[in-house]
Design a binder for this molecule. Structure first.
Ligand code: NAP
Length: 261
């Protein structure tokens, strides 16, 4: 059993999830570093988590699989006996960007299973556990449990060449509201963190396009976002800095969501 607060971060081997794991580690968390298949990246993340002052455990599991989700939760609970923070971060872009008039069902089904159905039922599973923890008085060192879901500016921005991705993120935005409304009475707070364009493997293939858009002023804070930017927002929630907010959207997008005239 670990005396540290216990976080489960999905898709934490690389990119934004890794940034979140490192920022939690700076606060002393034990992070269950979930990943899909890249064991090398996950173990590199574990090294960085330890270097930052935290502890970690790597757990391979596909969030789209019910069996894997069950094992992921069981293995996380086996470490600390509690889950103080769930971060739904794992997500994929469509394999091929296809016009909404052409895009196929296979891509839609796969993307929805990973990006929406997986987090929905993982949150349900973990929320039940968190309610039970609260009822038996098993509080972590940082108080009541919390849930954070990483969505995207695609939750409200129409990109007609990746409609499935946009719909999955819009669905996650509603998921946050639903669990926030259901869990507040148990003292469990639920948040959506909505990143803008972040430099990771996911955006590596469209780097030149975004370099150009940034140069043209596509958002007010004229730079790429970095995994650390998202990690710091999640760390503020994890620390308990938003105690009278739930169902809240935290935009971490360089001001992309602002309308200007
Ligand atoms: P990334 O660099 O492609 O990393 C994705 C991570 O998710 C990897 O650790 C990967 O594991 C894991 N993963 C993928 N499918 C999984 C599955 N089925 N089960 C468990 N883990 C899985 O992506 P990212 O850019 O960091 O994106 C992370 C999240 O932020 C996603 O939800 C994405 O939609 C969202 N987001 C990204 C941006 C951006 O600009 N990058 C903007 C807004 C929102 P392996 O390493 O084992 O493959």
């Amino acid at each position: 059993m670990s005396g540290r607060p216990m976080a489960l971060v999905t898709g934490a081997g690389r990119g934004i999830g890794r940034g979140i794991a490192i920022e939690l580690a700076r606060q002393g968390w034990h992070v269950a570093i979930n990943y899909a298949g890249n064991a090398g990246a996950a173990s590199e993340c574990l090294g960085l988590v330890r270097k930052a002052g935290g502890e970690g455990t790597t757990i391979r599991a596909d969030v789209a699989s019910g069996e894997d989700r069950e094992r992921l939760v069981a293995e996380t609970l086996a470490i600390g006996g509690r889950i103080d923070l769930l971060v739904n971060n794992a997500g994929i872009a469509p394999r091929v960007r296809a016009d909404i008039l052409d895009a196929g069902e296979e891509s839609f089904d796969h993307l929805m299973a990973v990006n929406l159905k997986g987090p929905y039922f993982l949150t349900q599973r973990v929320a039940r556990e968190m309610v039970a923890q609260v009822e038996r008085g098993a509080k972590g060192p940082l108080g009541a449990p919390r849930i954070v879901t990483i969505t995207s500016i695609s939750a409200y921005t129409a990109s007609v060449n990746r409609g499935d991705y946009c719909v999955s993120k819009a669905g996650l935005a509603m998921m946050t509201k639903l669990f926030a409304a259901r869990l507040a009475a148990h003292g469990i707070l639920v948040y959506e963190v909505r990143p803008g364009v972040i430099e990771t493997d996911m955006t590596a293939g469209v780097k030149e396009k975004y370099d150009r858009l940034i140069a043209e002023g596509a958002w007010p804070i004229g730079r790429w976002g970095y995994p650390e930017d998202i990690g710091r927002a999640v760390a503020a929630i994890a620390r308990g800095d938003l105690p009278f907010s739930t169902g809240e959207v935290i935009n971490v997008d360089g001001g992309f969501h602002l309308r200007t005239l």
